[in-house]
Design a protein around this ligand. Structure first.
Ligand SMILES: Nc1ncnc2c1ncn2[C@@H]1O[C@H](COP(=O)(O)OP(=O)(O)O)[C@@H](O)[C@H]1O
Ligand SMILES: [Mg+2]
Length: 270
């Protein structure tokens, strides 16, 4: 559904701060894949999302959106971020970013709902509220009884679960998750992870999920990518990763890079 061709991103070119954050990335993501992405800090993971979402225009290379049914291709490399946001959903580590804290829960949900309907703007009614309550009850947090409350009153875990629900309601063709459970306490992190898996399956979503949790990267999803120094250095299918351990992944890294992983952070969290 999306194809990335020879993608490179250079920050501050021609200055002493020049930084090659992405080096000739080639990647094809098929509809329905759930790709987990690992890599040390500075590997280029977030930059890859920024380029896919249109936050940055890449220095070179292409991003092609393709409709697998019709075979039609559309070069989106230079499309504006707001335009891509119609079909690319993105969730960040900070649970406050995905929802408007100064607005009532029902108004947050209305915005998410209208986004899915493109230009058709509909105002709140009781039928819609009933639908919102049904959807919120899936989260298992009691939010279905708080439609009139400002979202700013909710906990980080509640807000991230809500962000996930709202993002999924807008039916993104591609969902980009950037360590979206990393800032939550273990209980809420597990809850949001389970909701992610459930929504991905129920709505047949195409998902890319950056995680520091190597156990999660191995356990969940249909494909695992490892990035390092702006490159994808490992690309494992569901079958290939099925019987691998974290130690196997670390060994593969050593074999590829002829060095140890420099960033222990990636390895310590389970
Ligand atoms: N906006 C930016 N301006 C300059 N350099 C950046 C910017 N964003 C990222 N970088 C640099 O690009 C490299 C990759 O960063 P990033 O994609 O954030 O890595 P990751 O998400 O894997 O930790 C790093 O060296 C980082 O310092
Ligand atoms: Mg990052």
């Amino acid at each position: 559904m999306i194809r990335i061709e020879d993608l490179s991103m250079v920050f501050s070119p021609g200055t002493p701060d020049e930084r090659l954050a992405l080096k000739n990335i080639n990647l094809s993501v098929r509809h329905g894949e759930f790709i987990t992405i690992i890599g040390s800090n500075g590997a280029g993971k977030t930059t890859l999302y920024n380029v896919i979402s249109g936050t940055f225009i890449p220095t070179s290379g292409k991003i092609i959106l393709l409709n697998e049914e019709t075979g039609k291709e559309h070069d989106i490399t230079k499309d504006k971020e707001y335009k891509r946001a119609r079909y690319i959903g993105r969730i960040f580590q900070n649970p406050l970013l995905g929802t408007a804290g100064n607005m009532a829960l029902e108004h947050n949900l209305l915005i998410a709902r209208n986004k899915g309907y493109k230009s058709l703007k509909i105002s709140l009614n009781n039928k819609m509220r009933a639908d919102f309550r049904n959807k919120l009850s899936i989260l298992g947090m009691g939010l279905e009884n708080r439609l009139g409350d400002n979202v700013g009153l909710f906990s980080g875990g509640q807000r991230q679960a809500l962000t996930l629900l709202m993002t999924v309601m807008s039916r993104p063709a591609l969902l980009l998750l950037d360590e979206h459970t990393a800032a939550l306490d273990p209980h809420n992190a597990e809850l949001v992870m389970n909701l992610t898996l459930r929504f991905a399956k129920e709505f047949n979503l195409t998902v890319m999920m950056i995680t520091h949790n190597m156990a999660h990267a191995l356990k969940y999803g249909t494909r695992l990518l490892m990035m390092d120094g702006g490159e994808i250095i490992l690309d494992l299918s569901e079958e290939e990763k099925r019987n691998m351990t974290q130690e196997d992944i670390i060994q593969r890294f050593r074999d590829i890079k002829h060095s140890d992983l420099q960033n222990d952070e990636m390895l310590l969290i389970n």
